[in-house]
Design a protein around this ligand. Sequence first.
Ligand code: ADP
Ligand code: 5GP
Length: 207
Amino acid sequence: MALAQHRGKLFIISGPSGAGKGTICKALLDRNDIEISVSMTTRSPREGEVHGVSYYFSTREEFEKTIAEGGFLEYADVFGNYYGTPKAMVVEKLEQGRDVILEIDVQGALNAKKVYPESVLIFILPPSLTELRARIEGRGTETADVINLRLSKALEEMSYMENYDYFVVNDNLEEAVVRTEAIMIAEHGRIVKDEIKAMLDKYKEEV
Ligand code: ADP
Ligand code: 5GP
C-alpha cells in the first residue's frame, strides 16, 4: 500500500559562522536524498566557490530587483551583505514531496518560519568559542577584521536559539551529522493533523 504523497519538509539550519553548518549540510546532501537551496548573495565569492553551486553571486541592484519582484522566500542583511533564499525552487521541490534544507542566518530563519510555520528549525552550536575562532581562522577564507566581526556576533546569534526546535553541538563531525539526520527522520514520524485523513483514506480503500 503506497501512502499518499505528502509535501516535503523544510529544514532550516542556522548557527554562528564557523560552527560547521556548511560542512554538515554537505555531508547531509552526500548521504541523503534531499535538496539544498542555493541562496543569492551580494558578498564576493571565496576562493573555490562556484556561482550557482555555493551561491548565486549578484550585485546589490540585481538583489534589490529580485526583492521588488517578490522572488525571495526570505532575505536578510548579514554582516553588511544581502543573502536571500530564491522562492521558486523551494516551493516547487516541497510540492514534489522533496525535503529541502535552507542554511540561513537567524533573522532569515524566523522570517521563513512565518511563511512556513511547519518548517523545522535546527541550531548548530560549536563546542566552545575558542574552537569557533580556531575553525574560522583555520578555514582561512576571511580577513582578521571579518573574523572578529563574525565572532563578535556569535553570542548574539546563539541567543536566538530559544526560537528553534532542536540544537546539535558540532564537536565530532560524524556524530553531529547523525544527530541531524535523526532529527530529520523523527520529523517524518510527526503527526500532521492535515495529513491524517489522506493516510486513513488509503487504509479505508482496502476495506
Ligand atoms: P559554517 O558554514 O558554519 O560557517 P564551515 O562548515 O565552513 O562553517 O566550517 C568552518 C571550518 O570548521 C571549516 O574549515 C570546516 O572544515 C571546519 N569544521 C567543521 N566541522 C568541524 C568539526 N566537527 N571538527 C573540526 N573542524 C570542523
Ligand atoms: P557566509 O558568508 O559564511 O557564506 O554566510 C554568512 C551567513 O549568511 C551564514 O549565517 C549563512 O547561514 C547566512 N546565509 C546564507 N544564505 C542565506 C540566505 O539565503 N538567507 C539568509 N537569511 N541568510 C543566509
